[in-house]
Design a protein around this ligand. Structure first.
Ligand code: OXD
Ligand code: MN
Length: 600
């Protein structure tokens, strides 16, 4: 009997099953009963383990293979007919070649295994913002994660109907051999093939692969935006809630910002935060000419290390039940721990992320400390469990975006906050973002890389066309959100952070919203508008003398150096780069020469 009422879907499942040769095919219906059955099965095989059900009800533990702990950008490809359509920032493979190479690995790889069919919706089921995908996978871990991260099950199939379009997402663990691992995107076919990995970012295909790479390609054609952005609402003492969307490169504190807790001084005034999303925003111009955004996901796939009751109490509260922990320390009492987490790990009997006996202070043969949790270890948790979750999560049109914020991790150069002069200037600010590499990507940590709009690893087409698309979107809006850049990570000469960050960042968001409403004057500098220091609400926050001035210092010499590196980056796009970005670049050059920093 046919598995679904959609002939195209049935045919595709058949073809993929013929290639992968699973013993069984099971349709994921989204029911609690099926979820329990699959969890029992995965516990029996050791794929996951139940944690202490009294202390962490509904929580599971999982370890990935040791060579499979992060996204693999060097094995991630955009497979378009023309190489130029993938652009200079993506790895490219011809579609035929991609299918051929991956098929060699997929062929027969599910013998003795089950293929699960997961129908899922990115965005509220049936919303005009949403897209449907179907993931085929041989991993119960993937199924359980997808049930947290997306709306999955029968309801989605019912909405898809007999003729609806969907993204074909095929995942197989195969041998989990790094030499037989490929993450392939076929935007022209609306398809994703991921083989040889079990790590979230490579295998939860609704997330980076569909909701960013494939969606960005579709969004350009349909005139919307698929962005690597958090969405958060800020409720002011008057009760008014304004929403911002913010892009930061991986592991720059996006999850922390998305669910921040206002500092006491602002809380008593009546400020509240509403979390809409921590990673991805899909944004459309609605009939009112304004920009509206949804979070297409329903969960967090957050980095565990560094999450504690000071940095992110809401994340900690979110992960107390129904959460999957991956590659963290397993305590003998069935609880979990990670570096810079809460409390102490067990003094004896704990296992590290590799499954080896581990205790605090352990060192290797060279005397180097051995980490208990992998630096990119993760929690997968339902957004509904977040104490600050927005009451608009399921709203079909999402929330109206008042401001767009770009950010990076820069020890020097970029001031704490500055505002673009115009939409085009804001697009230039986004296109020239740069940050230091973190543990979420495979490769060398610490080095600075350009990461336009935090989309470098996630844009499914030529980024020059992506910039053009951003510029065009601005023209189409009747009411454009104002665009800002923030840098929470600026340091003094001794390498100390100048700004306390975390909940204190709300003080900067307040200024951003006031500027979005044209409520405040600002200081015009060469790079953009910066605050008059008196306009930053410093209730109950005392910084060392001179710190605020340093946070807003603009060093024209350093900026000129930066611009040389920007020019080099822009040149890689040849004449496909919109002229408007070069015009913005030259205008900034002129302003740096003529204007300098008018505050000094
Ligand atoms: C992530 C990322 O969200 O790497 O995991 O950006
Ligand atoms: Mn991300």
């Amino acid at each position: 009997m046919a598995l679904t009422k959609n002939p195209q879907l049935n045919q595709w499942i058949d073809e993929m099953a013929q290639m992968c040769q699973p013993d069984k095919i099971i349709l994921i219906d989204g029911s609690e009963a099926q979820k329990k059955q699959l969890t029992d099965e995965a516990c029996a095989t050791g794929e996951v383990a139940r944690l202490n059900q009294e202390k962490l009800p509904g929580c599971l533990y999982h370890r990935t293979a040791q060579n499979d702990v992060a996204r693999v950008e060097h094995l991630t490809y955009i497979c378009t007919t023309l190489k130029e359509d993938a652009g200079p920032t993506n790895n490219w493979m011809a579609p035929q070649e991609g299918y051929r190479r991956a098929a060699e690995i997929f062929r027969g790889s599910m013998k003795g295994r089950t293929m699960y069919v997961i129908p899922f919706s990115m965005g509220p089921v049936g919303s005009p913002f949403s897209k449907i995908g179907v993931e085929l996978t041989d991993s119960i871990y993937v199924v359980l994660n997808m049930l947290i991260m997306t709306r999955a099950g029968q309801e989605v199939l019912d909405t898809l109907g007999a003729g609806g379009a969907f993204t074909k997402c095929l995942h197989g663990k195969a041998e989990r051999d790094v030499n037989k691992r490929l993450i392939l995107h076929f935007p022209e076919d609306n398809a994703i093939w991921s083989v040889g990995s079990g790590y979230g970012g490579n295998v939860l295909l609704g997330k980076k692969c569909l909701a960013l790479r494939i969606a960005s390609y579709i969004a350009r054609q349909e005139m919307w935006l698929a962005e690597h952005m958090l969405i958060l609402g800020i409720e002011e003492p008057s009760g008014r809630i304004d929403y911002i969307a913010a892009a930061f490169p991986s592991a720059c504190g996006k999850t922390n910002l998305a669910m921040m807790v206002p500092p006491e001084g602002l809380k008593v005034k009546g400020y509240r935060i509403w979390t809409v999303g921590d990673d991805i925003a899909w944004m459309r111009i609605d009939t009112d000419g304004k920009l509206w955004a949804i979070n297409p996901e329903t969960g967090f796939f957050g980095v565990a290390p560094g999450t504690n009751s000071r940095t992110n109490p809401n994340a900690l509260a979110t992960t107390q039940k129904n959460t999957i922990f991956t590659n963290v320390v397993l305590n003998p009492d069935g609880t979990v721990w990670w570096e810079d987490g809460e409390g102490e790990p067990a003094a004896a009997g704990a296992l590290d992320w590799k499954g080896n006996p581990w205790k605090p202070g352990l060192t290797d043969e060279q005397g180097k400390p051995v980490k208990g949790a992998h630096p990119n270890s993760r929690f997968t948790a339902p957004i509904e469990q977040c104490p600050s979750h927005s009451f608009r999560l399921d709203h079909h049109h999402g929330v109206n975006i008042s401001a767009i914020v770009f950010g990076g991790r820069r020890a020097h150069l970029a001031p704490l906050v500055y505002q673009a002069f115009s939409w085009s200037h804001g697009v230039y600010m986004g296109a020239t973002m740069a940050s230091e590499r973190t543990a979420a990507q495979y490769g060398k940590q610490g080095e600075v890389r350009r990461d336009p709009m935090a989309m470098l690893p996630f844009c499914g087409y030529n980024m020059a066309d992506y910039f053009e698309h951003w510029l065009r979107m601005g023209v189409r809006m009747r009411w454009q959100p104002k665009i800002f850049h923030v840098n929470w990570f600026r340091q003094d000469e001794d390498g100390n952070f100048l700004w306390p960050g975390y909940g204190e960042n709300l003080r900067i968001l307040e200024w951003i919203l006031a500027r979005s409403r044209n409520d405040l004057q600002a200081v015009k500098t060469a790079i953009g508008f910066v605050p008059r220091l008196k306009d930053i609400d410093m209730t109950d926050l005392a910084l060392p003398p001179g710190a605020m001035e340093s946070l807003f210092e603009i060093d024209p010499q350093a900026w000129r150096q930066e611009m040389a590196s920007v020019a080099e980056f822009f040149e890689t796009f040849g004449d496909r780069l919109p002229l408007e970005l070069w015009a913005q670049h030259e205008a900034l050059e002129r302003r740096l020469e003529e204007l300098g920093d008018s505050r000094t």
